[in-house]
Design a protein around this ligand. Sequence first.
Ligand code: A2P
Length: 332
Amino acid sequence: MKKVNLAVVGATGMVGRTFLKVLEERNLPIESIYFFSSSRSAGSTITFNGKEYTVEELTETSFDRGIDIALFSAGGSTSEKFSPIAASKGCVVVDNSSAWRMDPSVPLVVPEVNSHDIEWNKGIIANPNCSTIQAVVALKPLHDKYKIKRIVYTTFQAVSGAGMGGYNDLEQGLKGEAPKKFAHPIAGNVIPQIDVFLPNGYTKEEVKMIKETKKIMGSESLKITATTVRVPVFNGHSESINVEFENQFDLDELKEILKNSPGVIVQDDPANNVYPMPIYTSGKDETFVGRIRRDESVESGVNLWVVADNIRKGAATNAVQIAQELIKMWSK
Ligand code: A2P
């Protein structure tokens, strides 16, 4: 297996720290590793695989040292500026921000769904939005078998999706403090707004889910609508997904397909109150599916409850899986 030089950009952030954990767990063939942040955290130290590293400030010359793969999670504007610089130095950027996701020259990848798209990267690969990743892991195998016609997404998203600031708002909010990150208190509340509103009344998060699902599934004709909601959960996004198929399906067969799909764990035993919940899926890499039942109001439809760790599968794990696929491809 080819050994690689790796960089983590945004190493001190919520997703950045999880990059480190997942990299350690998956034991990637790393020759050397570098950690970058803004000037705020530069100079601080990070322990990786038992060794201490100093965090460096990200600059235009940061990639002048033969870095093969850079995992970015430092926000859209940092990525817009620095991803092309890294790519021009021969590095492949796996970017967790939304900056490049809809660029037609950039693959948008969930390895269980479209790892083949990694091959045509030109130096930047985009990691999808967290809520989209877990949805498509569950939906792609069903689309392949029954052809999806329409999707209705309703999400229940954890505060960790808004980074450290979001996490702190819930933690401090539970002690009675006013919010700093969100427009409203999140403790004891639900906020039907994630990201900014667009002229059509949808939020950016909702439009991301709609557009990214189509791009990853390679199906522009899918009809999709979404409502995304922030809930007072520390970690782990939950989603109610209503799906309508072109073709008829057998419910037991559909459950079997999900049970045998990569990255999916079915937890569906209503008689024993078994269904996925974010406190139990936190820390896991799989996408959990339950409450699987026919939508009796349409000809051929199903309701799913889909839960995953938004910081792991929804961000860090997915990006590290892409890095692993790249290394596999280079080692052939
Ligand atoms: P820093 O610690 O210096 O602020 P989160 O989403 O959890 O808030 O984390 C954001 C991450 O992105 C942090 O590691 C942060 O570093 C990093 N970051 C923010 N702005 C920049 C920038 N301009 N250049 C490099 N890293 C940045």
